[in-house]
Design a protein around this ligand. Structure first.
Ligand code: PRP
Length: 209
């Protein structure tokens, strides 16, 4: 048997959904399910090695070719860009990027430069560039919803899933920015060198989506 194909999974929900998908495909993921604190786990019957990593690191490992494949959200892909192939929309991990502001705000009125708080400055910047709108982007690490409440920002660009966080904090969506879901990505060289194996895996995965 050739050396296993290494696939980096984004720890947490995407990891669980991917393991569910691999099991639906017929692979035994016992080692991943019973991982304890281990970070590299085999899926022997698929000749896969699962690497558990944070979203940004999934991209880093795939870009550098130490992992052949990765499962990561479109949000991280849009923010980080990078050199890799995006192969399959896996359909789970669905949410969206949206521009939000305090309820009742007439966001687009007035001529002053708007201040936008976000964990995703590149996404926010390119969204407003397409509108030819000058903005000041402020990077926030967590709970971006605080920024308009504390009057630091006129609006936020953030992930909205159920909308509960916005609602409970008196904010509302002004405009959708982009849909998000989990994507299967591949290292460019791995895809060339292990084309047949990867194609076979993709086919199995797509049949079970
Ligand atoms: C995300 C996002 C929102 C929230 C939206 O944060 O930044 O705060 O989820 O979800 P909702 O629309 O279902 O309320 P997350 O919980 O991932 O935590 P984080 O701030 O650590 O990224």
């Amino acid at each position: 048997m050739s050396k296993p194909i290494r696939i980096a999974l984004t720890k947490g929900r995407l990891e669980k959904d991917t393991v569910g998908l691999l099991e639906k495909t017929g692979f035994d993921c016992t080692a991943v399910r019973e991982k304890g604190r281990k970070l590299i786990l085999p899926v022997p019957d698929a000749n896969l090695e699962v690497v558990l990593a944070k979203a940004n690191d999934v991209i880093t490992y795939v870009e550098h070719g130490v992992c052949d494949l990765g499962v990561v959200g479109k949000d991280t892909i849009m923010e980080m860009n990078g050199k890799f192939f995006e192969l399959v929309d896996l359909g789970f991990g669905k949410c969206k990027f949206a521009l939000a502001a305090k309820k009742g705000t007439d966001f687009y009125s007035g001529y002053g430069i708007k201040t936008i708080a976000t964990k995703y400055p590149n996404v926010a910047r390119s969204f407003f560039e397409t509108k030819n709108m000058d903005t000041e982007i402020i990077k926030i690490e967590g709970s971006v919803e605080l920024a308009p409440l504390l009057e630091l920002a006129d609006g936020i660009v953030d992930i909205v899933e159920t909308g509960t966080t916005l609602k409970e904090n008196g904010l509302e969506v002004i405009e959708d920015v982009a849909p998000i879901s989990a994507r299967l990505i591949a290292n460019t060289v791995s895809l060339k060198l292990r084309h047949q194996e990867i194609e076979k895996l993709i086919k199995l995965i797509e049949e079970n989506l």
